[in-house]
Design a binder for this molecule. Sequence first.
Ligand code: GTP
Ligand code: MG
Length: 195
Amino acid sequence: MIIKDAIYIGSYVDLAQLPEGVEPEIALLGRSNVGKSSLINKAVRRKNLAKSSSTPGKTRTINYYLINKSWYLVDLPGYGYAKVSKKERQSWGKMIENYLLKRDKLRGVVLLLDIRHPPQASDKAMKAWLEHNNIPLMLVATKADKISRSARGKHLHTISKELGLSSADMLFCFSAVTGEGIEEIKAAWQEVLND
Ligand code: GTP
Ligand code: MG
């Protein structure tokens, strides 16, 4: 997939406000700070299209990016961010859940995990919930530049085992620093959109 054009469309807190139209969409999901916004920037080759930050919880809205004038990449708020009130966390959870269940143009979800750490309870719950609801899923292990090449296999194996992945599941290794993995991820998006 060649991305020639990427436009920020808007940020939403209310599902009723989301863009109308027929364009399909792919959403990025993962714990706060895992690298969702950085993946978008790498995919579209722009430094700051999606705001990324070392402060967890930066993305608190559903953000839409129109790609090649034909489909949307959707940046969802990160889950598992401790420093927000329980009430706020529940309302985000509800919003994300409603989005994932009701958005009929959603073609698939990219679930991001930090390659350095075993999946946490919230990651496992999210993966199980997506499967239960038959939402097509691909997994991306982020920040691959932060561990040595020799340690990589072991970390990917832990992720696979903890999430109960099978050979049919897609698990990509990605670094926003080196760009490793981005072409494979984009090719997978193309397939999801073609289906
Ligand atoms: P929220 O919006 O808070 O949910 O976070 P996010 O998932 O969008 O994460 P974001 O892309 O903002 O990245 C968080 C931090 O991790 C930033 O400081 C990034 O520079 C850093 N980061 C993201 N991806 C990588 C990567 O592949 N390698 C390295 N070394 N750092 C990364
Ligand atoms: Mg973000």
